[in-house]
Design a protein around this ligand. Sequence first.
Ligand code: ITT
Ligand code: NA
Length: 200
Amino acid sequence: RRLVLATRNAGKVTELRAILSEAGLGLELVGADAYPEIPDVKETGTTFAENALLKAHALARATGLPAVADDSGLCVDVLGGAPGIFSARWSGRHGDDRANLDLLLAQISDIADGHRGAHFACAAALALPDGRERVVEGRLEGTLRHEPAGSGGFGYDPILQPLGETRTCAELSPEEKNAISHRGKAFRALAPVVRELLGS
Ligand code: ITT
Ligand code: NA
């Protein structure tokens, strides 16, 4: 049986495959790329949870299969939680990770260490073709570097240093990142819910 991953972000797909495989659901994980004819849903929600549910329902409805979606982002304390749900298009160019990161660093260049707290947030949503839904959230707390470091991961990983770490998320191995990340926490919490609702 199949579970659709309702995301077109390659970095997320890689992490979700690892996290959900480890959870041992016994489901075939199918990427949204297998359905190029299905248009992207407009992310009109005002929270990560609302947007994750919008994406999961759109794919579940269009494919007739259960679907999971991820809505996530970086929330910066001194910016009142921005970029938040706008993280993927902060620079105005959707999915341009480097431009988004550079703009954010410029916006907080004057902020001293000790005031550079931030967290990654992830909402993991499950939607069934019959309309049933669940959503859970995970967070990774940290501080923001002044310069990017590391080449792993994606998005804002080179500037987020998790609390208790000396490395950025982009300097962690994929296994190390998934073990502590917002996405790892959210999808490990969603896995038993998937099992319960799908009977897998
Ligand atoms: P989909 O909607 O197709 O899933 P998207 O990239 O548009 O892809 P989001 O709207 O959820 O997805 O945006 C998430 C953005 O937040 C992503 O582009 C990154 O910039 C940032 N982000 C999320 N998780 C991250 C992580 O683990 N590490 C670094 N940056 C992350
Ligand atoms: Na979003």
